[in-house]
Design a protein around this ligand. Structure first.
Ligand code: AVI
Length: 327
């Protein structure tokens, strides 16, 4: 009996000491309330994101897939340079579906390269380490499980080859612009002159197209956002009533900021561990930014972070860009 009380107390203290707990409580006691979209991706969130990527309105994945499948030779030429050996490092590799087109092409050209996918998910890295050598025979793959910058440091201890870092999917858009520039600067500090960054960026386009992608008819984006409340309930002993929150998305064509919110449908109090958080009816939680850029803005961002843009590849609708920047 005593032991189980100790176990429960240890669990409670683990929860309280976790970064997730600290970020959630800080965010929800802020004005306005906010939660970080980096916590969207638990196992259920990963599944919902997969659904989103194949939903009709969510265009970024298909646009980038088109670039990787239709402009593979151009992409390969832009990163392989003079044919010298290099390490191709992918941040947040996921299932590596888009990169597989590039990897296959590079192998067919007998390019001398190693592929180092980095992902925070242990499952993703185990999957890539096991499956890629089967689907792409001859590929040298070393999966690295952990935070981006820790794993970039580790990658530097494994080889001294030229580095090509891929950061796809417009993940850079999930940071406010100044934070994104700081992130890219930090990335640059892990590279040497001549190393490359291949970055996927969602471009500004018809406002209705952007908004529909983050406000899909089936409500997948709504479930994606609500899943974070469910995760808080499950992992941090919370009691959010999911039916008491609605999803609301906005897009400002002037700034290019697409933002998601969860709006409280009533006056209510939510408990997370022993914290109580009050919500007024119509009060919102700011959940995510998905920033859209003009090409000129991306070039300015590259320069502010110490890179020089060298190549820009767009899909046929000109909605998405994969850019190559040199450090
Ligand atoms: C992962 N990230 C680039 C996606 C985006 O488009 O901002 C996440 C997402 N949020 C809602 N739909 C998709």
């Amino acid at each position: 009996m005593d032991q189980s009380i100790h176990t429960i107390m240890a669990e409670v203290s683990n929860v309280k000491n976790s970064q997730f707990y600290a970020d959630v409580i800080n965010g929800l006691t802020n004005h306005p309330k906010r939660l970080s979209s980096k916590y969207f991706y638990d196992a259920k969130g990963d599944k919902i994101f997969q659904e989103l990527m194949s939903c009709e309105e969510y265009y970024p994945t298909n646009c980038e897939l088109e670039i990787f499948s239709q402009k593979t030779a151009e992409l390969a030429q832009a990163i392989a340079g003079d044919g010298g050996p290099f390490d191709l490092i992918e941040l947040g590799a996921g299932d590596a579906m888009k990169s597989t087109y590039l990897l296959r092409y590079l192998l067919e050209q007998n390019t001398d390269f190693n592929y180092l996918p980095i992902d925070i998910s242990e499952n993703v890295i185990a999957y890539l380490n096991n499956t890629l050598p089967l689907t792409l025979p001859g590929l040298n793959v070393t999966g690295l499980n952990g935070e981006y910058f820790d794993m970039l440091k580790k990658a530097a201890t494994l080889s001294t080859r030229r580095k090509v870092v891929m950061f796809l999917g417009s993940n850079v858009g999930n940071m406010p612009v100044t934070e994104a520039i700081g992130f890219i600067k930090q990335l640059n500090s892990h590279l040497s002159p001549g190393d490359l960054l291949l970055i996927g960026i969602d471009l500004k386009k018809a406002p209705k197209t952007v908004l529909a992608a983050y406000n899909d008819k089936e409500g997948i984006t709504k479930r994606f956002n609500l899943n974070l409340l469910e995760r808080i309930n499950r992992e941090l002993n919370g009691d959010f009533d999911l039916d008491q929150f609605d999803h609301y998305a906005t897009y400002d064509p002037e700034t290019g900021a697409c933002k998601s919110y969860l709006v409280s449908l009533s006056d209510q109090t939510v408990h997370i561990g022993d914290e109580s958080i009050s919500f007024a009816k119509d009060e919102y939680i700011y959940m995510e930014i998905s920033q859209k850029f003009t090409i000129a803005q991306t070039e300015q961002m590259a320069r502010q972070a110490g890179f020089t843009p060298v190549k820009e590849l767009l899909d046929s609708k000109q909605w998405f860009m994969d850019a190559v920047w040199v450090a």
